[in-house]
Ligand binder design. Structure first.
Ligand SMILES: C[S@@+](CC[C@H](N)C(=O)[O-])C[C@H]1O[C@@H](n2cnc3c(N)ncnc32)[C@H](O)[C@@H]1O
Length: 179
């Protein structure tokens, strides 16, 4: 029998963000206005004011105000970061934090670092949560990207999670390096 790829744990997109990361995100931005790729509108994992699920398709909706993005990982993940690039350029996204990974050789990394001014490299692997509250795969080196201008708040909020690196001005196009 052939197992559908989405049912293989390492290919599932259901890897929810642990609460200590969300607490740091809220400490930085004050609140989360939108989760553009949520597991559910009724019982969302991310405490955002608004959520788009696969039914609404977050990729075709406007992304307004403060965004937290933990995208469905996969070979086409870059389209989520291109979308953030467009929304930030258009001025709809005012601030964003993205949970992804250290994949410096990819187009996705290049798109993300073009809009970010800080990256936090956690000092420990992140244990994602599965739909049943269980530990959920993927095992990779995580990274958290900050898009916005309140860099001091990001640095303070993420100091206990890992080392915060500055994205060089020559790479970061859309996030002014101001406090
Ligand atoms: C990695 S999980 C993150 C869930 C949640 N945002 C969090 O951080 O805990 C990605 C979620 O995106 C949802 N998703 C997949 N494609 C989507 C789409 N086109 N629009 C909105 N959500 C989508 C999946 O159902 C999955 O729950």
């Amino acid at each position: 029998m052939t197992v559908p790829p989405a049912l293989l744990s390492h290919e599932s997109t259901e890897h929810y963000t642990p609460q200590y990361i969300l607490a740091a995100v809220i400490a930085c931005m004050g609140a989360i206005d939108l989760d553009p790729c949520s597991n559910s509108r009724e019982i969302p994992n991310v405490p955002a004011a608004r959520h788009y699920t696969v039914q609404e398709n977050g990729l075709v909706q406007p992304w307004e105000d403060r965004i937290f993005l933990n995208p469905p990982f996969g070979h086409d993940v870059e389209r989520w970061f291109s979308k953030l690039y467009l929304e930030r350029s258009a001025g709809r996204t005012t601030e964003a934090i993205v949970l992804w990974k250290s994949a410096t050789e990819t187009a996705a990394w290049k798109t993300l670092t073009a809009i970010s001014c800080r990256v936090c490299f956690p000092s420990a692997r992140i244990r994602f949560i599965g739909p049943q509250g269980n530990d959920s795969g993927p095992t990779f080196s995580p990274a958290l990207f900050y898009v916005g201008s309140r860099v001091k708040r990001f640095e303070e909020a993420f100091a206990e999670i890992g080392m915060v690196w500055v994205v060089p001005l020559t790479i970061s196009l859309l996030s002014p390096h101001v406090a």
